[in-house]
Structures are given as C-alpha cells and as structure tokens.
Design a protein around this ligand. Structure first.
Ligand code: HEC
Length: 198
C-alpha cells in the first residue's frame, strides 16, 4: 500500500521524474502554479522599479523624505494656528488696562453672573467660595494673582480652572470686575478667609 499522505497529489503517471536521485530520494518535475509565478515576477519587477525609484530617479520617497515633509507640514500648521491665536501677556501692566474700564467690567460682570455667582455670591459676598469684596485674600489680590487663580483654579478646594472656558481677555475682564467690587460691603458677607491685604 502506498503511503497516501506523502504520495504526490494529482495523477502521478503524467509526472516526469527528474534525473536526480540522492540516497534513494527522487524528485518530480512539478512546475510552480501560475499564480505563484506571477506573484514572484510581480515582486521582482516591483523591487527593480522601487530600487531605481529611490536611488536613481527619486520618485519614491524615503523614510527621511516623508519625515521631513510631515515636519514641514506640522510647522506650517503650527504657524497658521499661532497666527489665529493673539498673544496675551497677563502681566500687571496689561491687566491694569482692563481694571477700571467700564466696558471690560460690564463684560466681566456678565461672565461672573454665569459662572462665578453660584459659589462667590451675586455681589461677591462669598458663599461656597470666599468673599471677593473684602481685604482678605487667600491667594493675594494683585491683578496677576487673581488672573492666575481664575486661570488655574484651586481644584482641591473647589475652585475650578477657567482657562479652558474663558479666553485670556475674558479672564482679565473677570479680574476687572472683581477689582470693581472691592470694598462694596455687600449684605450677608461671608467671614474673611485668608490674610489681610492692605
Ligand atoms: C464651584 C465653586 C466655585 C466657582 C464656580 C468659582 N469659584 Fe472661585 N473659588 C472657590 C473656592 C472654594 C475658592 C477658595 C480656594 C482656596 O481656598 O484656595 C475660590 C477662590 C477664588 C479666588 C481667590 C480668592 C482668594 O481669597 O484668594 C478668586 C479670585 C476666584 N475664586 C474667582 C472666581 C471667578 C472669577 C469665578 C468664575 C469664573 C469663580 N471663582 C468660580 C469656588 C468657586
């Protein structure tokens, strides 16, 4: 009985045995299937085109080319984005131009009523958050101090950061509003918190 597992598939009578014979082992002359040969030639031809494309005619991009192109595109996008983002220096001098400006204070008051009133009270008298009208400050009362607290918040104490919600100008307007209500002694004022700042 021939071993059917190792016998060649198909009609073995049609198959030509090649001349070689080593240690009693013989080989049939089976051509590779057509699809397989086509695939082989396709990869061979592709590799030649590819090598010439990269090294001679330069129509195939190398990894470095792609990287450089990507980085140039990234830089261009960053530059375009930066142009749409006006720079804002939140220093004392800039913030001081907001303080006392009636239009800025009004704009700040509107955002205060939306976002800050629930914790600091309608008139800044304090509720969950500290009184913003007295001389006592936990984090200081300069324009920059206030701007920073409004921007970064004090999350562990329940003061949210607002930099993702309000633009720098809007935060400066909030500072202008808070400065405008200093010393107003609103009713139901919350007890002082923080240090006395003259
Ligand atoms: C969820 C409640 C909550 C909201 C909303 C909130 N705050 Fe506060 N805020 C606090 C708390 C609590 C503190 C005290 C933080 C601490 O103890 O360090 C605080 C502190 C501050 C301080 C510093 C006060 C100090 O004594 O130094 C300022 C300024 C301030 N908030 C402004 C704002 C503004 C402006 C908004 C609106 C954009 C706002 N807060 C919205 C709870 C809130």
């Amino acid at each position: 009985m021939p071993d059917t597992d190792t016998a060649p598939r198909g009609d073995t009578r049609d198959q030509v045995i090649k001349g070689h014979k080593y240690d009693g082992i013989q080989e049939y002359d089976n051509p590779m299937p057509g699809w397989w040969l086509w695939l082989l030639w396709a990869t061979v031809i592709f590799s030649v085109i590819y090598i010439f494309g990269i090294h001679v005619f330069d129509f195939v991009d190398t990894y470095e080319d792609d990287l450089a192109q990507g980085q140039a595109e990234l830089e261009a996008r960053r530059a375009a984005f930066a142009e749409t983002q006006p720079t804002f220096d939140a220093d004392e001098a800039t913030l001081a131009t907001f303080v006392g400006d009636a239009a800025r204070i009004e704009a700040g008051a509107a955002n205060y009523a939306t976002s800050c009133m629930p914790c600091h009270g309608a008139a800044g008298e304090g509720l969950i958050g500290p009184n913003l009208t007295d001389n006592y400050w936990i984090h200081g009362n300069t324009n920059v101090d206030m701007f920073n607290i409004i921007s970064k918040g004090v999350i562990e104490k329940g003061m949210a950061p607002w930099e993702a919600v309000y633009t720098p100008e809007q935060r400066a307007e909030l500072v202008a509003f808070i400065q405008s209500i200093q010393g107003t002694n609103p009713p139901n004022a919350k007890a002082p918190e923080g240090d006395l700042v003259e």
